[in-house]
Design a protein around this ligand. Structure first.
Ligand code: SAM
Length: 204
């Protein structure tokens, strides 16, 4: 990638401007004081650029499985000029072969409900493999609790996701926590976020 990275490849998502500061407030508190954060499903790359700028003591490794996302992340990285924001890597969470062998923390924002369940299974397996004891996995998104949606808007969102792809959908918090436990990760914090989302903090 060069500074000539095509700016038209830099995608934007309207939700990022709304959720990046509430998410940053949590990340600033729960992420370690040094080390590498592996971001899964970085999407446009806007979060990666914003968080890397705000958390200069951390190295940020963005990833995604999708070509247009990888190009967009690279374009945002080039525009940012940040030394602690690494070039994006192709990573399919569902695959057992990840291009990274260790990380000090993992972050996945709006992935669990917008991917098949096997991606979440792969995410938990990867977190179990990469994180050492005390390492953090951070998830952000909409979740059902005790089998029920937490807001009518989430129910509408869930139906829309399933219409777009029958393998997508708002997951049960309990099912995600149980899956995490199978890979040695404990849900240690559940933080209500704006627009009926949750921040979930797991520790290895
Ligand atoms: C709704 S977007 C969220 C992007 C970004 N995290 C955000 O919040 O703006 C979902 C992202 O998940 C990625 N994704 C879906 N399935 C994936 C998988 N199995 N492995 C890695 N990324 C995946 C998509 O390519 C897409 O970039």
């Amino acid at each position: 990638m060069t500074n000539r990275q095509n700016r038209s490849e830099a995608l934007t998502s309207p939700s990022v401007a709304r959720n990046r500061d509430p998410i940053l407030n949590v990340l600033g508190r729960i992420l370690p004081q040094s080390g590498t954060v592996l971001e899964i499903a970085s999407g446009t790359g806007e979060h990666a650029a914003y968080f890397a700028a705000a958390l200069p003591h951390l190295t940020w490794q963005p990833t995604d499985q999708d070509d247009s996302a990888l190009k967009s992340i690279a374009a945002h990285r080039a525009a940012s000029g940040l030394p602690n924001l690494l070039a994006p890597l192709r990573l399919n969470a569902a695959s057992p072969d990840w291009p990274v062998e260790r990380a000090d923390a993992l972050v996945a924002i709006n992935m669990v409900h917008i991917s098949p369940w096997r991606a979440t299974q792969g995410l938990m397996a990867g977190a179990g493999r990469l994180l050492s004891s005390g390492g953090v996995l951070y998830l952000y998104g909409a979740y059902k609790e005790s089998g029920a949606h937490t807001a009518p808007s989430n129910e509408v969102f869930d139906a829309d996701l399933r219409r777009r792809n029958p393998e997508w959908g708002v997951r049960d918090l309990e099912a995600v926590a149980e899956l995490a436990r199978a890979y040695g990760l404990e849900l240690v914090e559940r933080i209500p976020m704006p627009a009926n989302n949750l921040s979930l903090v797991f520790r290895r």
